[in-house]
Design a protein around this ligand. Structure first.
Ligand code: THU
Length: 138
């Protein structure tokens, strides 16, 4: 399936409007694309107990997964960041587990047409995944 990455970036920019970021004021939006063409958006949600904050990518992923969606082929992330916001390590881990093989599109919210493209595997090589748990000591 050909990925309409401009549409996906636009969906991430729209999802960003839902950001709940009273502490950092750093608004992030993410949008996942399923193999069936569905788009699921999410935005970062912050806590006064900072470590409980959840990134936009994981919010979108958790929304999608708990809604029964699977087979993600792309994700877009938008924030006001020069060259676009590359996902944090925690989000890379979850993407490796639940969106293997997906393309990752990122854009600065001020320049939505300037899109950079990666793959999940390029962002987290040699990821620890469920298959790493196959062999256990008894
Ligand atoms: N954030 C994301 O939503 N995604 C990332 O990949 C990096 C960081 C959020 C978390 C926090 O609300 C704010 O950006 C500042 O770190």
């Amino acid at each position: 399936m050909k990925i309409d990455y401009k549409k996906l970036v636009a969906a991430a920019a729209k999802a960003r409007e839902g950001s709940v970021s009273p502490y950092s004021k750093f608004k992030v939006g993410a949008a996942l694309l399923t193999k069936r063409g569905e788009i699921i958006g999410g935005a970062n949600v912050e806590s006064a107990s900072y470590g409980l904050t959840c990134c936009a990518e994981r919010i979108a992923l958790f929304k999608a997964l708990t809604d029964g969606k699977k087979h993600f082929i792309a994700v877009a992330v938008v924030a006001r960041a020069d060259d676009g916001p590359t996902p944090c390590g925690a989000c890379r881990q979850l993407l490796a587990e639940y969106a293997p093989g997906a393309k990752v599109f990122i854009a600065d919210s001020r320049h939505l047409k300037k899109i950079r493209e990666f793959t999940v595997e390029a962002l987290i090589p040699e990821a620890f995944t469920g298959s790493s748990l196959a062999a256990v000591d008894r």
